[in-house]
Design a binder for this molecule. Structure first.
Ligand code: 3PG
Ligand code: MG
Length: 394
């Protein structure tokens, strides 16, 4: 699919007055003790919901929360806290409807949140009969759940194909525009910073990024595998021995493409994985056998900050160290601040990344913060997002 053309109907182009508008949002937010603990995704959904209300629609909101067992209600995965939070943000009553597949009673100006779509059998398998039932509840279906656009499920891809009219909501449009800008027509050099614990979960992303980016910085457990692949001892560090060969291949390919995947010159190590473990800085080749790498060292932080300062476009996913532990947060802080300072168009996505952005207070300085985790990575990888494909008009 050529995501560059982005030829789909947008919500703003439609007359929603008097219409039953069903909006699929990604309100999959952390909930603790019946309270929403981070509402970024709910706030990101507000423009779509408000736009429908302003245009005189009745608004039916769909979302999933977590990964419940299909066919079983479970209070843990109820959208009740989300509906209550949405009500606070909107400043109007938001009703939660438990059983909704056979009909939703709603008037113009009202907002109803339907209980977790993943309680319905057939959601995950994209059952066409389930999708049809959802489609029958609305005049217009709005796909606005960018974070779930990589799932071909009944409330995403399925219902789009069955709805009388289907369009993209403002959040989905904004996400795709930003990602397209970063990946399809980036100001060069294009730099990707990919951190996180495992090469295996990001191998395909790393592979496809190598063909697109001018520079690639890897961090976290991913970097450990690259450090080991370069022949350095890494002691007790988290890494993936069975992916050393792949890592070597990536390093070689980067070289052949005229680029490189830099290996940290220095690292911060500890003897245990704990918040108050003592931190020691070591040159990369000198990690002892009883030590583990938990962050990049100060020289590397400066080097990476310089690479970041020279970039024209930056795509960031994943921390470069265990930033949740104070002694091992400096590397990720340096990277976050350098991205914040840079004049490049910068885009960041993924749960850990957003937590780091919050922790280091740089959210105002990143050009675009995506609500997507898996969807963000799949787009960056160049994969077709099924829900976006379903919206495309040919
Ligand atoms: C996410 O949090 O990444 C999205 O809401 C998708 O959730 P899922 O990975 O459970 O499909
Ligand atoms: Mg996920």
């Amino acid at each position: 699919m050529n995501q560059g053309s982005m030829n789909f109907l947008r919500m703003e182009q439609l007359d929603l007055a008097g219409k039953r508008v069903m909006i699929r949002e990604d309100l999959n937010v952390p909930v603790d003790d019946g309270k929403v603990t981070s509402d970024a995704r709910i706030r990101a959904a507000l423009p779509g919901i408000r736009l429908a209300l302003e245009m005189g629609a009745s608004v039916i909101v769909l979302s999933h929360l977590g990964r419940p067992v299909e066919g079983e209600f479970s209070a843990e995965f109820s959208l009740a806290p989300v509906a209550a939070h949405l009500s606070d943000l909107l400043g109007q009553e938001v009703r939660l409807q438990a059983d909704w597949l056979d009909g939703v009673d709603i008037a113009v100006g009202e907002v109803v949140v339907c209980e977790n779509v993943r309680f319905n059998p057939g959601e995950k398998s994209n059952d066409p009969i389930l999708a049809e039932k959802m489609a029958a509840l609305c005049d217009i279906f709005v796909m606005d759940a960018f974070g779930t656009a990589h799932r071909a499920q009944a409330s995403t891809e399925g219902v789009i194909r069955k709805a009388p009219v289907a369009c993209a909501g403002p959040l989905l449009s904004k996400e795709l525009d930003a990602l397209e800008k970063a990946m399809q027509k980036p100001d060069r050099p294009l730099l990707a910073v990919v951190g996180g614990s495992k090469v295996s979960t990001k191998l395909t992303v790393l592979e496809s990024l190598l063909d697109k980016v001018d520079e690639l910085i890897v961090g976290g457990g991913i970097a450990n595998t690259f450090i080991a692949a370069s022949g350095h001892s890494i002691g007790q560090s988290l890494y993936e021995p069975d992916l050393l060969h792949e890592a070597q291949g990536l390093i070689r390919r980067a070289h052949d493409n005229g680029g490189r995947i830099p290996i940290p010159q220095d690292v911060v190590v500890a003897k245990s994985f704990s918040p108050d473990a003592e931190a020691l800085v070591r040159p990369v080749g000198q990690v002892e056998s009883d030590e583990m790498i938990l962050d990049i060292g100060p020289l590397t932080a400066v080097e990476y900050s310089e690479i970041i300062a020279g970039a024209g476009t930056i795509v960031w996913n994943g921390p470069v160290g265990v930033f949740e532990f104070r002694n091992f947060a400096a590397g990720t802080r340096a990277v976050a601040e350098a991205i914040g300072r840079s004049k490049a168009f910068s885009i960041a996505g993924g749960g850990d990344t957003l937590a780091a952005i919050d922790q280091f207070g740089v959210s105002e300085d990143i050009s675009y913060i995506s609500t997507g985790g898996g969807a963000f990575l799949e787009f960056v990888e160049g994969k077709t997002l099924p829900a976006v494909a379903a919206l495309m008009q040919d």
